[in-house]
Design a protein around this ligand. Sequence first.
Ligand code: ABC
Ligand code: CA
Length: 474
Amino acid sequence: LTTSQLRSRSIYQVLTDRFARSDDLITQCDPADKKHCGGSWKGIERKLDYIKGMGFDTIWISPVVANIDGFYGHEAYHGYWTSNIFELNKHFGTPEDLIDLSAAIHARGMYLMVDVVANHVGVESLDTFLPSARYGPFNSPADFHPYCVPNWEDQWDVENCWLSENMPDLNTESPHVIASLHSWIQDLVKVFHIDAIRVDTVKHVRKDFWPGFVKAAGVVAMGEVLHGDPAYLAPYQRSSMTSILDFASFFHIRRAFEVSQNPAGVVAELVDMVNRIHRLFPDPTTLGSFLDNHDFPRFAGLTNDPSLIKNAAVYPFINDGVPMFYMGGEHGLRGGADPLNREAMWLYGYSEMTVTYGVIKALNAARRSASASHPEFLTTLMKPYQMGNHTIALSKPPLLSVLTNYGISMPAVGIHLSPSQTGFKPLLPIIDVLSGQIFSTDPKGGLTVSLVHGEPRVFLPLTVHRGLAGKELW
Ligand code: ABC
Ligand code: CA
């Protein structure tokens, strides 16, 4: 995938060890144990139709390379503790299994995104760390930065110290390390026909290391820069890689929808964040937009209000960037902080009949029809409007969304959007893709619509929804 092809994708994130097994056994898995539970590449392959059925066309899987065993009883089930980059993780399957998975994904017209780590390797304990053949090409002390504990306020430390005492930091200034990482990523992408990479710990390596790495990969890279401030994030999109995860929206969506009857001001902050993102990032339309991932407590576990959960879940799909969805959200999983947010999916079944599965499917379909009828949808920034203390309207023609953070106890209210806010023509039939209700704009192109039980609304012109829209109908 190229950067511009990435814009029209929708990404489902799996933790390989926890998504699906190669067999049908319902084996126990307590995430608190931090042990392997038996998920595999074959398992993912068996569940591709389940993922595709929800409307996703791209699958982000855990790192695929060989890992150390573990760290004080905590096994490397997540795959982030590399031993040898030139070998694959035996727990997840054989090289043939990964090739099969890649082929099966492509056979469905879908894409494979693999998580990759270039910042560090793993070790059982600081005392036993010894650069050796175990780390493949990184067998000499010169291949690593000396151990130090970072002062998190100091960017030099963040890049050169160890992220933690079990993650020896690679000397990404050494020509040998750079050349090894380049040849590794180039081969990995080619051999397994990888379409995109998700790059771990980007802020822990100097910015100018990345362009060479991404070039060697030869496919679009989405970087993880874990920071909430767009002013800190944006330079990475400018000088490291064209796409990064949108942690700026992430923290703000959570804040905006976390408590019912939110204090006034929270919606204004969200509007302000949208404007800051538009101002600061070179291209907000290639950011990865998400509400949940494997590093944070699941949003659904932070509040008991189903309307707030639904509003927050909608946001990444109506945002400017590429929607990303963390496995298990479709079953209402509520696991807390790492490791509790890493539930084994087979314990919950793979029903395609849950309400959330249907909501996600409708949102993916809405994005697809919006971009099919109006290709500029993918490159045009949304316009945010604050509608009172608890409601925000986001217009990204032909999509128009109205979200509210009051919660389920919200009294029914009517919201009026002016013609310039809707972006729609007069007397245009429109559908709320979440409820299936049909409305129409008024003779001027404005829209009056009720919000019920604090539920979100996502509108499309009826013709767009039905795939009938030509420019002339619009
Ligand atoms: C686990 C436990 C740890 C325990 C450790 C031994 O094991 O969670 O408590 O000490 C993998 C595993 C984890 C494991 C780690 C560490 O390895 O998945 O289970 O932790 O061994 C990526 C991946 C992540 C992965 C790694 C390591 C990196 O997504 O799954 O973890 O390969 C930092 C990194 C970030 C990393 C994250 C886990 O840690 O930058 O790349 N994620 C602040 C810091 C961030 C920091 C974050 C941690 O805290 O600035 O740099 O992320 O929560 C905002 C601020 C931010 C602030 C956030 C919390 O608030 O703007 O700056 O982030 O408002
Ligand atoms: Ca580093």
